[in-house]
Design a protein around this ligand. Structure first.
Ligand code: PNS
Length: 163
């Protein structure tokens, strides 16, 4: 039996924390689908296509499929034959949001289990939004995102500043 999991998120941009969750999930499942979402609550810095390309550029194509998701996560999981949803968990602050989503998803689809992977301690404070904020004020984010993504972030922020 092939165990397939979906790791959904905005990934705007992908951080080293996300990358760690991708790599550790690959050890637990036969196949991981990273599903890049348009989150209605967020205004992204990078387009869906750019975020998909970012995830592809750092993940192993033998085990990781990168896709977009534009409907309900549980419907997507069913379509892909996935039995699990993976989410990373950092601090207590993440809990409320994750708890709510997990219970809603479980009510919608009891057969899809949500699995949480606890962040690595050195990534526990890293989030896409903080990385964007630091970069927007000229701070160095090289430690928090893969090198190519740091470069893209700097370029996008410089572009926005010109407008
Ligand atoms: O990285 P994010 O922005 O915290 O990820 C949120 C995401 C993409 C997991 C969530 O918005 C989601 O599942 N979107 C798909 C639509 C959906 O199923 N919404 C109901 C969730 S209970």
């Amino acid at each position: 039996m092939t165990r397939i999991a979906v790791y959904p998120g905005s990934f705007d941009p992908l951080t080293n924390g996300h990358l760690d969750i991708i790599q550790r999930s690959c050890a637990l499942f036969d196949k991981l689908i990273v599903a890049v979402a348009h989150n209605q609550r967020k205004q992204p810095l990078f387009s869906l296509e750019e975020r998909i390309a970012m995830v592809r550029s750092v993940s192993d194509p033998a085990k990781v499929e990168v896709d977009m998701i534009d409907g309900l996560l549980v419907d997507y999981a069913h379509t892909k034959g996935a039995s699990a949803v993976v989410r990373g968990l950092r601090a207590v602050a993440d809990f409320e949001y994750e708890f709510q989503m997990t219970l809603m998803n479980r009510r919608l689809a009891p057969d899809v289990e949500t699995v949480f992977l606890m962040t690595r301690d050195d990534h526990s404070f890293v989030s896409s939004s903080l990385v964007k904020e630091v970069a927007s004020f000229g701070g160095n984010v090289d430690e928090f995102v893969p090198p190519a993504i740091a470069a893209q972030l700097k370029a996008r922020i410089a572009e926005r500043a010109k407008k």
